[in-house]
Design a protein around this ligand. Sequence first.
Ligand SMILES: C[S@@+](CC[C@H](N)C(=O)[O-])C[C@H]1O[C@@H](n2cnc3c(N)ncnc32)[C@H](O)[C@@H]1O
Length: 208
Amino acid sequence: MEGMIAKWYTANTGKSLDEFAKLARRIAGQLPPGSALLDVAPGPGYFSIELAKLGAYSITGLDISHTFVEIASRKAAEAGVHVEFRQGNASSMPFAQDTFDFLVCRAAFKNFAQPVRALREMCRVLKPGGRCLIIDLRKDASIESINHEVEGMGLNPVNKALTKLAFRTMLLKSAYTKEQFRYMLSQAKFQRADIRESGIGFEISMTK
Ligand SMILES: C[S@@+](CC[C@H](N)C(=O)[O-])C[C@H]1O[C@@H](n2cnc3c(N)ncnc32)[C@H](O)[C@@H]1O
């Protein structure tokens, strides 16, 4: 079952490669060559693979799913780039403190069983002054705006209907409000944190 969902997600989001490439260009614009970046819960790895095409970065992805680690590793090899995808839990990362310059976590934070522990881990593994960007759905996104977003994903009618259903039944339920995020952030030790609404989601930028 997990494997089927992973494959479905990989095929669906593979239709939005432009979006991953755009995010990769945006992050690359802020990242000096040689920087170490951690992609927390990369799933199929599209963001990291797009970023690896843009410069000499040291990129690591950490995902709890063995299936996604396999898929992402295969996709990186097919794209001819090096990204180290490894299996592990965002709430208990297998990395030393002060390891990464930048950390990205997209469309995944709301799935974490121990979100505050994940925030503390993000802070621990970042170098002092390192930055973190979390992008996720916000709980108060309207059904209309979500449907509109899904319409733009280039999906066939069945996958469009399934994706809308997933947003309504699962994803919105686990999403956080801005206030909940602020409260969780108050339990981690970032120097700065900024929450900005963007479309159906928000972007949370933190600095250690
Ligand atoms: C919806 S996918 C998002 C993938 C990717 N970031 C993207 O933007 O397409 C969510 C990912 O979170 C991973 N995940 C869930 N809980 C996790 C945890 N505690 N630690 C690491 N990864 C986790 C899942 O295995 C899955 O790959």
